[in-house]
Design a protein around this ligand. Structure first.
Ligand code: SF4
Length: 441
């Protein structure tokens, strides 16, 4: 997806897993008695209807759909097909829209891949997590390395686009062992690979073990070295880093996740799903009830399970956009930040971080900084754009350096504390973002 393509995504959260992994803080739940899938399907449809109603009034075209979880590969292919049909009845879906489903690599899930493809899924993201059986066990995973490899092979035969995830900086992991394992993974990977560092998340079983000293993860410097090795090996094999934890061949990036990081619009449906909606009167952050049964009951009672809606101020949107944009190798578009949030990072803060080699400046994208006159006229109205519209000099982009990417939270705090108000000469936010063209032209 080019930076200038419209972005409107639909995220569907499936909340159930076969087991709870000890490191996981996602909204995932185990139900040994199963679940009433037709009832959940009806609820997804109703919540989609409600969300479409919230943002009615401007035409939108769906550019990506993502089934995340939880373990969406526990869903029946017919359920996935029915949800996709319903989305297609609410909004036009762009030809070639990316439709991703997260899958676990168990043999049961892999046997469903053909059904997902028939349903319309065209990309899978498989939670391999490790290519070492002992580590899979330690991570609490119930699949084996052989099953994972078989699932990736079946996925490659079934889908044009396949990604899989690994977790590194695991207990006792050395540079040598990670070098070997990552080399194996790179030999298996085609277009996309997600490589996450193990972090200890609050209220997980790993947090408990860590607090008691029964789980030891690599020290900060060792984790940093593992990260550096990861960048070196992925870049050498043509799967360059395009986001902190994501690597792809050019054109194989996850379009749906890029939509989050570029701060475009998306609907979030299902238990614990988040959305960012450009409603007629406000920019809304929505979050649904996390507990699956309570969400189901809410939808059946009220037509939606949205538990929290916040109207985002320009300042709040600027903070979110900064947090997302700095994750990207392409950097954060300061012109888009000015349009959406009415702010720019204070030059002294930027130069201070540049002198520490934590961020760098990049030129503006030609397309993002120089909208054509036709586009300006369309925005201002017929006859309103003067023949020689004066554009302010583009603000360009900033990007976290290699060192800065390891200190992202600190960068975000410093930059956001030093925002200065700016008034873009041509304010395109209302006419570009609200009508489903990207806020960054
Ligand atoms: S399978 Fe994934 S979502 Fe489910 S508990 Fe494990 S890590 Fe969390």
């Amino acid at each position: 997806m080019s930076h200038d393509e419209p972005g409107f995504g639909v995220y569907i959260h499936w909340p159930f897993c076969a087991q709870k992994c000890p490191y996981c803080d996602f909204n995932s739940h185990v139900r040994f008695g199963g679940w009433d899938e037709p009832r959940y399907l009806a609820a997804y449809k109703r919540e989609l209807d409600h969300t479409a109603h919230l943002i009615a009034g401007k035409p939108r075209t769906v550019s990506s759909i993502f089934f995340g979880g939880g373990t969406p590969s526990l869903m029946k292919p017919e359920t996935v097909a029915a949800i996709l049909d319903h989305i297609g009845a609410l909004w036009p879906v762009a030809p070639g829209a990316e439709i991703t489903l997260e899958a676990n690599p168990g043999s049961v899930e892999a046997a469903r891949f053909a059904g997902y493809r028939a349903a319309g899924v065209n990309r899978v993201s498989i939670g391999v997590q490790s290519l070492r059986d002992a580590d899979l066990k330690r991570l609490g995973r119930i699949h084996s390395v052989d099953e994972a490899k078989a699932a990736v092979a079946i996925a490659h035969r079934t889908f044009d686009r396949v990604s899989f995830d690994l977790i590194y900086a695991r207990p006792e992991q050395t540079l040598e062992s990670w070098r070997d394992e990552l080399a194996e993974a790179l030999a298996m990977a085609r277009g996309h690979l997600s490589l996450y560092q193990l972090t200890i998340e609050p209220e997980t079983r790993f947090a408990d073990l860590y607090a008691k000293g029964r789980l030891v993860i690599p020290a900060a410097q060792d984790a940093h070295d593992l990260y550096e090795l990861t960048q070196e090996l992925t870049a050498a094999s043509g799967l360059a880093q395009y986001e902190i934890s994501n690597h792809a061949r050019p054109g194989e990036e996850s379009r749906h996740n890029l939509l989050y990081w570029r701060y475009h619009e998306y609907v979030g449906v299902g238990p614990g799903a988040h959305g960012r909606l450009n409603a007629p009167d406000a920019h809304l952050a929505t979050m649904t009830e996390r507990n699956p049964e309570r969400w189901l009951a809410l939808v059946e009672e009220k037509g939606h399970g949205i538990a929290d809606t916040e109207s985002l101020s320009p300042a709040a949107r600027a903070d979110e956009m900064l947090l997302m944009g700095l994750r990207l190798d392409e950097g954060l578009d300061l012109d888009a930040l000015a349009r959406i949030g009415g702010v720019a990072p204070r030059p002294t803060v930027v130069s201070g971080l540049m002198s520490q080699d934590l961020i760098e400046r990049l030129p503006a994208r030609a397309a993002s900084s120089e909208p054509g006159l036709d586009e300006i006229r369309a925005c201002l109205g017929p006859g309103l754009a003067p023949a020689g519209v004066a554009r302010p000099a583009p603000l360009g982009r900033i990007r976290a350096t290699k060192a800065g990417r390891f200190l992202l939270n600190q960068l975000v705090l410093e930059l956001s504390a030093g925002f200065d108000p700016v008034t873009p000469a041509l304010h395109h936010d209302e006419c570009a973002a609200m009508d489903n063209r990207p806020a960054a032209h």
